[in-house]
Design a protein around this ligand. Structure first.
Ligand SMILES: *Cc1c(COP(=O)(O)O)cnc(C)c1O
Length: 390
């Protein structure tokens, strides 16, 4: 795979990173720390907003649930996609209206459904009979949307088969929801996280639109299409800029989902990833033998302390050191824990300076999404990823 650097993203990124960079440069850190720039989140919200037209933005809270981010997004008029009681409670505590929070997880505890209903949440996701029964029992009469399975995804981090149901099941669930006294309003899907180009949405949208039209032909008065997330972040490979990307996606949606009175989009990664940088430190540089082609570089952060998305080397972060002007060579990059799965990049080694040594600082760019939330509590005694919001 070739790596393209996206020059179009640079002016935006440089302006924002300088705020992060000056903060980071002026401080020392004694543990791995994610520094988030709130203004960068605002910029990204506005950029997505500008492209998403009439769609409601429901920020996917799991990408980064820092209080300050939720509060800022409430101020900007964002709505929220929450997956659990704790995420809903967070959004409400930071000032979101219950009508602006959807309970989007298709796997919910019955008592959490009842709690959410009591708090005023009125929009729930489901992809199975049993889930609809739980919702009808604990939140009578609420609106539900049915999540459709996405079979094929071109995303770097596909969500595919775990969620959603097929066409026939979906149509049956619409009927079943009605029979339970619920209000089935539409469908949702997720194209797969980190779908780098808007054009990659087309096959998924085509497949979803067929089911949408079938359901309408069967007499279901659908009003909502929830297009989920998938909006990308820059990790070194070229992506469309956020406004253009969102606008292209919405154009494709408008062309395919006739009669959709309401469109929801749920960006997570695309909202927050580029607003964050992780400050980490080299723990050790070594070679296993004199003939070893690659150095091993061990960082103080790994698979269990925030970099879970390196699983399968799916998401490739960009690393930056103070020695990047020196000669560079390939390295196998690993985390600090005593687990052999804690290797970040081995199949495709990472270029790092030959002069790199323990104690050196390594910045990991665009890591504001799916890092703090994936950090284990204290595996091997390594502290969870610290988060600082500026
Ligand atoms: C995780 C998730 C999202 C956010 O996905 P991104 O690819 O990060 O934008 C949106 N909707 C649902 C239902 C999700 O589970």
């Amino acid at each position: 795979m070739t790596v393209h650097f996206a020059p179009q993203a640079a002016p935006f990124a440089i302006a924002q990173q300088s705020r992060l960079d000056s903060y980071v440069a002026s401080r020392s850190f004694d543990k791995p720390t994610l520094v988030m720039d709130l203004d960068r989140v605002s910029d990204q919200f506005r950029a997505l907003r500008a492209g998403l037209g009439r769609a409601d933005i429901h920020y996917a809270v799991k990408a980064n649930p820092a209080r300050e981010i939720i509060a800022r997004l409430v101020d900007l008029g964002s709505h929220f996609d929450a997956a659990s009681r704790a995420e809903i409670a967070l959004c409400l505590a930071e000032g979101a209206a219950p009508s602006d929070v959807s309970f989007g997880n298709t796997i919910k505890r019955a008592s959490d459904i009842a709690w959410a209903y009591a708090e005023g949440i009125t929009l729930f996701a489901a992809d199975a009979e049993e889930e609809l029964e739980k919702i009808a029992d604990n939140a009578p009469g609420v609106s539900v949307y049915i999540r459709l399975i996405v079979e094929v995804s071109q995303a770097d981090w596909p969500l595919s088969r775990k969620f959603g149901c097929d066409r026939d099941t979906a149509l049956r669930l619409l009927d079943y929801a009605k029979s339970l006294g619920l209000n089935p309003v539409g469908f949702s899907f997720h194209v797969g996280s980190q779908t780098r180009q808007a054009a990659m949405w087309a096959p998924t949208l085509d497949a979803m639109a067929i089911i949408w039209n079938d359901a309408r032909a069967a007499g279901h008065d659908l009003s909502l299409i929830n297009i989920g997330g998938g909006f990308p972040a820059f990790y070194g490979e070229e992506i469309d800029a956020p406004t253009a990307y969102a606008a292209k996606v919405i154009d494709m949606v408008e062309a395919r989902f006739a009669g959709a009175a309401k469109i929801m989009a749920e960006p997570g990664r695309g909202m927050v990833a580029e607003a964050g940088v992780i400050v980490s430190e080299v723990m050790l540089v070594s070679r296993k033998s004199d003939r070893d082609m690659h150095r091993w570089v061990y960082l103080d952060i790994g698979r269990f302390s925030g970099l879970a998305e390196t699983e399968g080397e799916a998401i490739r972060y960009q690393f930056e050191t103070d020695r990047d002007g020196d000669d560079m060579g390939p390295c196998i990059l690993a985390g600090p824990s005593c687990d052999s799965a804690d290797v970040l990049y081995e199949k495709r080694p990472v270029l790092l300076p030959h002069s790199l040594k323990s104690g050196d600082r390594v910045l990991i760019r665009n890591t504001g999404a799916y890092t703090s939330t994936y950090s284990s509590v204290c595996f091997n005694g390594f502290p969870p990823l610290d988060v600082v919001v500026i």
